[in-house]
Design a protein around this ligand. Structure first.
Ligand code: NI
Length: 189
């Protein structure tokens, strides 16, 4: 089932996430729905808070970028309780990013090029791997969502000022995108 994407401004994107445990109810269904939602929205990564679930769960599939970056061919991963360690000795690199929760906004973000990632997969097997380049960026972007961080939090104050109107429109639910979204409706006073 394709789920609505929760938009920038919705409190669920700023809510602490819980570790996923093997007895998590409907986990397989949630993972299947996150995959379906990500493909339906042409995303390359999705984190559980973006579908309204405060869980440490991410799905990434960067295969679609293989024409430009052959090393990404066939790369997809379910990350349960991922832990990222960055290599601080390597100079960060700036590259443009976007986010399903922030439609129409693309901004340059500085990130580490090399990370060490520990995670559990959907079969409850543990993994540990050094990841670099564009995939490292996608992993960091998605894992940021588990820490209540959205990529526009990482852009310069000047750039943030320049996109303020766009962000305010998203907060108000005024978005122009071809997938179902959910904005925040504050309770009436
Ligand atoms: Ni995102």
């Amino acid at each position: 089932m394709v789920l609505p994407i929760y938009l920038y401004g919705h409190p669920v994107l700023r809510t602490a996430t819980r570790e996923v445990t093997p007895d998590q109810e409907n986990l397989a269904e949630l993972i299947a729905n996150m995959k379906e939602t990500m493909y339906a929205t042409d995303g390359i990564g999705i984190a559980a808070p973006q579908v309204g679930q405060s869980l440490r769960l991410v799905y990434i599939d960067v295969d679609v970028l293989k024409d430009d970056m052959p090393e990404l061919a066939g790369k997809n991963m379910v990350l349960i309780n991922p832990e990222v360690t960055v290599d601080e000795t390597v100079k960060p690199v700036s590259r443009e990013e976007g986010c399903l929760s922030v439609p129409g906004v693309h901004e340059s973000v500085s990130r580490h090029e090399k990370i060490h990632l520990k995670w559990t997969d959907e079969n409850w097997e543990q993994h540990e791997e050094d990841i670099e380049g564009y995939l490292a960026r996608v992993v960091q972007h998605e894992c940021d969502h588990l820490e209540k961080t959205i990529f526009v939090d990482r852009i310069s104050p000047i750039r943030k000022q320049l996109i303020r109107n766009k962000l305010n429109n998203i907060v108000k639910g005024r978005v122009d995108c071809d997938y179902r979204t959910r904005g925040y409706k504050p309770p009436r006073k």
